[in-house]
Design a protein around this ligand. Structure first.
Ligand SMILES: Nc1ncnc2c1ncn2[C@@H]1O[C@H](COP(=O)(O)OP(=O)(O)OP(=O)(O)O)[C@@H](O)[C@H]1O
Ligand SMILES: [Mg+2]
Length: 277
């Protein structure tokens, strides 16, 4: 594996419920994410995915254990601004992340806060918008954009801070299929350019495109491996209340009806190759 970008060491996080009792949302998770990796995190509602994500740039601090970003622990306050610059977050609701009334000003907001000189900001904004395919919208009002375009502007804002890692918490949940496709294409492109991507998603068709899939169940790391390893266990995932990609579902259905389909078939392309060689 490449240099570690994110290291979780026995990370646990507890919230206090209304009676003041500690309830653990994340329990003893250890995980290393390499620089440049594309990781998908899946899990049922309330399994602790967002809680975990918020540790990755120090929005939440561990109750116990450690979260280390590029060698720096989030629990050490002197690291927090460097970590927030290195790891950008994109959330589910496109509208909640927009701070300016013109796209290019919105993208400039992060580097402005970092004190980047204005000429360099202009250059960074231009490059970042180009990387997410939004150059022609630079002068537009963000409220006129589609959800997928708004999420790409949010990603551009992170790129403009020269972050090396982007954590996205269900960025496509509010989007139509076209918006989902746009965001996934952007993420795959940035991954190819070496950016580390951590994508939390309910869409298995998205998770299947990652390098590695992590399954969280009731705050615990239940499964971790390549998409092929994880999604070829259709029965186990269903028992956890999770979907599998449609092609893996069909492959599993065919296998149970004595049609020979190898267990590693999880994408529609692979299924097509097997059924129509
Ligand atoms: N601020 C909070 N205070 C108390 N409990 C919380 C808080 N945030 C989350 N929880 C609880 O922690 C658990 C994990 O929540 P979390 O939001 O991390 O799950 P999730 O996997 O992101 O869920 P979803 O798929 O619905 O987004 C849940 O039981 C939730 O009710
Ligand atoms: Mg969540």
């Amino acid at each position: 594996m490449s240099e570690p970008m994110i290291t979780l060491e026995h990370l646990s996080h507890a919230y206090e419920d209304e009676n003041g009792t500690c309830v653990y949302a994340v329990k003893d998770i250890s995980l290393t994410i390499g620089a440049g990796e594309f990781i998908a995190i899946i899990g049922t509602n309330g399994s602790g995915k967002s809680t975990l994500a918020k540790h990755l740039n120090g929005l939440l601090l561990p109750t116990s254990g450690r979260c280390i970003i590029n060698g720096k622990a989030t629990s050490d306050m002197k690291n927090i601004w460097a970590i927030r610059q290195e790891v950008g977050m994109v959330f589910q609701h496109p509208d909640n992340q927009i701070v300016a009334s013109i796209v290019e000003e919105d993208v400039a907001f992060g580097p402005e806060n970092l004190g980047v000189p204005s000429e360099e900001i202009q250059e960074r904004v231009k490059q970042s918008l180009a990387r997410v395919g939004m150059t022609s919208f630079a002068k537009h009002g963000p409220h006129l954009l589609s959800g997928g375009q708004k999420q790409r502007v949010a990603i551009a804002g992170i790129l403009a801070m020269h972050s090396q890692c982007i954590v996205l918490d269900e960025p496509t949940a509010m989007l139509d299929p076209e918006g989902r496709r746009e965001v996934m294409e952007t993420l795959l492109q940035l991954h190819a350019e070496g950016i580390t991507i951590v994508l939390i998603t309910h869409f298995m068709e998205e998770a299947v495109q990652a390098d590695r899939v992590v399954v969280i169940q009731e705050g615990v790391l239940a499964e971790e491996g390549t998409p092929h390893t994880v999604f070829s266990q259709a029965e186990r995932l269903r028992n956890m209340g999770l979907d599998v990609p449609v092609a893996a579902e069909v492959a599993d259905w065919l296998r149970r009806r004595q049609v020979h389909v190898p267990s590693q078939v999880i994408t529609k392309e692979e299924l097509g190759d097997i059924l129509c060689p």
